[in-house]
Design a protein around this ligand. Structure first.
Ligand code: PEP
Ligand code: MG
Length: 599
């Protein structure tokens, strides 16, 4: 077997440890018929498997309640109840009475139920598809006597490397951070939700390994390098020693960067850059504040909803937003309204839409469900009484969406006023520029938006028609494509004419190479992963506005992303001559993987 598995770097850090292989996928079930005399035995086998799965789920629920919280553990309570469903049980029993084996009967029913729920018009039913899938896998696993590989019950300090096909919301809630030291997945790219989550949790991760779960048996040790995107299987002593050394060097670099946390982010020549942090999980906000960020440039509130069966109520949301506001004492905190849908963890499961990325999600879903949206808006206005909260709207394509949101903000304020609550109604409302429509028509927003924040992850995806999470397309996900750069330039110009702040909160701002181009395009507000704040400050302090402008001009004049990248790389090394290629994130090959994308 190939000992070096190459994927995509998703979250930095180097870890050596045992593999914990989690094959969370529906196993193949051979269609087996049984004799009449075996029917009773098959019925018993089915019922035993169901109660076995329920016992296991109770255990998982208790564990998740301790680790992640009672609300987060409720997803398992729902699954336990679903297994008691009379209709489900009687359909399986019916098939068994037709002399099908227990696993064959259960498989048929679950396939049908998943299809039916997926097509249901009621969102509550569609949301259950993810749970049905979990149950399908869990009960079949027992019937087929497959090894139980839930990521629970790993001893504390196992330092295990969780290898899985993809990370679903229910698996995410189970992640035991005392036992799991790093993540590796077959699916995903550096901008998919697993990668974002890993970075938030500070867990080193490699994604997009394609077939690691089939290549590995589960009894190996590996070195995972989240900085280069490599997994070394059964490393030699020397490889382990090298990995330790690189981990120590990285720790020393991080320590020295931390000591500079309070130095301002400014260009050589003195121009100020506002470097804010992306905070996805409220619990991480104190740590993020210590990184030296000038506030929060993007809080992804959908992570407050992750893996839950019900939406958090107003008080719970208020507490989550307030925690971030308090941690950043008085600095701007940009909170994005729910961006649920696509690859973004809706409550209880994934919506089954033919084209989720073009689907009923984000601002569209919120505006269509004002009762849900108003809860969030009230929580935000209450949190705004304690700091500089700014509201950011995702996936906007038309100014109507901003106007309708403003009307709802006014309604939320009226309700709070009637209630005598403490709140602030004057909050800035910004628009995410993450669709080509919003970028091309950026000028149409300037009277209704207080600021722009460019979401380059989606802007690249929608402009190039490249699914950001599809590993087979990772080398086509090129932020330096001329179309993307022109859209960014156009947005900056539209904002500048009206004196609006134009920030970038996508991954493009977190990579020195692309951030260099963004600064050259006139961006002065960047929001990056908290861990990237100190190194980005160092990089910004080594470049001048002129060198960045030269890089942006050269990139805009290039006819391909590869050409732009070659030139910008050279210009960055020349401009930031005092920094090493490692400090500039330029350790990959000539094109492609330095941006975190496959080659
Ligand atoms: C983006 O699209 O660039 C962005 C910042 O939002 P998200 O990654 O959450 O879609
Ligand atoms: Mg986005």
């Amino acid at each position: 077997m190939e000992r070096m598995l190459r994927g995509l770097p998703a979250s930095p850090g180097i870890v050596a440890g045992p593999v914990h292989l989690l094959r969370w996928e529906v196993p193949d079930v051979p269609p087996r018929m049984v004799s009449e005399s075996d029917v009773e035995g098959e019925l018993t086998r089915f019922h035993d498997a169901v109660s076995g799965a329920q016992d296991r789920l109770r255990h998982v629920r208790d564990r998740a309640a301790n680790q992640a919280g009672v609300e987060e553990s409720k997803i398992f309570e729902v699954q336990i109840t679903m297994l008691d469903d009379r209709a489900l049980n009687s359909e399986v029993e019916g098939f068994i009475r037709e002399r099908r084996s227990a696993e064959h009967a259960f498989d048929l029913v679950m396939l049908e139920w998943r299809r039916r729920f997926g097509r249901a018009s009621a969102p509550m039913l569609r949301e259950r598809v993810g749970d049905l899938m979990d149950l399908h896998i869990r009960v079949l696993g027992i019937l087929l006597k497959l090894p139980d590989s839930d990521p629970v019950d790993l001893p504390k300090g196992s330092n295990a490397i969780l290898v899985t096909h993809d990370l679903t919301p229910s698996l995410t809630v189970q992640l035991d951070r005392d036992a799991i030291a790093a993540l590796a997945t077959d699916e995903g790219t550096s901008t998919s939700h697993v990668a974002i989550l890993a970075r938030s949790l500070g867990l080193p991760a490699v994604v997009g390994l394609r077939d690691a779960t089939t290549r590995l048996k589960g009894n190996e040790r590996v070195v995972l390098d989240g900085t280069t995107g490599v997994l070394v299987v059964n490393p030699t002593d020397e490889e382990i020693a090298q990995a330790r050394l690189r981990a120590e060097q990285a720790a020393i670099l991080e320590e020295s960067l931390r000591s500079e946390a309070n130095v301002a982010a400014q260009l050589r020549g003195g121009e100020r850059i506002f470097l804010r942090a992306n905070v996805d999980i409220p619990e991480e906000s104190e740590l993020a504040a210590r990184s030296g960020a000038d506030g929060v440039g993007l809080m992804r509130t959908e992570f407050v909803v992750i893996g839950r069966t019900t939406m958090p109520d107003e008080d719970e949301q208020y507490r989550a937003y307030r925690r971030v506001v308090d941690a950043f004492a008085g600095k701007p905190v940009v909170i994005r309204t729910f961006d649920i849908g696509g690859d973004k963890l809706p409550v209880g499961g994934f919506p089954s839409e033919a084209n989720p990325f073009l689907g009923w999600r984000a601002i569209r879903m919120c505006l269509d469900q004002p009762e849900l949206f108003l809860v969030q808006l009230r929580a935000l206005l209450r949190a705004a009484a304690h700091g500089d909260v700014r509201i950011l709207l995702p996936l906007v394509v038309s100014v109507d969406e901003v106007r309708r949101t403003r009307a709802l903000i006014a309604e939320a304020a009226r309700t709070l006023d009637e209630r005598g609550a403490v709140f602030r109604d004057r909050v800035q409302v910004g628009v995410m520029i993450e669709t080509p429509a919003a970028a091309v028509a950026a000028d149409t927003f300037v009277n209704d938006a207080d600021f722009f924040s460019i979401g380059t992850n989606d802007l690249v995806q929608y402009t190039l028609a490249v699914d950001r999470g599809n590993v087979n397309l990772a080398n086509r996900f090129t932020p330096l494509h001329p179309a993307v750069l022109r859209l960014i330039r156009q947005t900056v110009e539209a904002g500048r004419k009206r004196g609006l702040e134009v920030a970038v909160c996508g991954e493009m701002g977190s990579q020195p190479l692309t951030a260099f181009v963004l600064v050259g395009l006139g961006i002065r507000h960047l929001s990056v992963a908290p861990r990237a704040v100190p190194s980005m400050k160092r990089m910004l302090r080594s470049i001048s506005a002129e060198s960045a402008r030269e890089a942006a001009d050269a990139a805009l004049a290039s006819s391909t992303a590869a050409e732009a990248e070659r030139i910008v790389r050279r210009l960055l090394q020349a401009a930031a001559y005092d920094l090493s290629p490692a400090e500039l994130g330029l350790l990959g090959s000539e094109t492609g993987d330095i941006l975190g994308y496959a080659v």
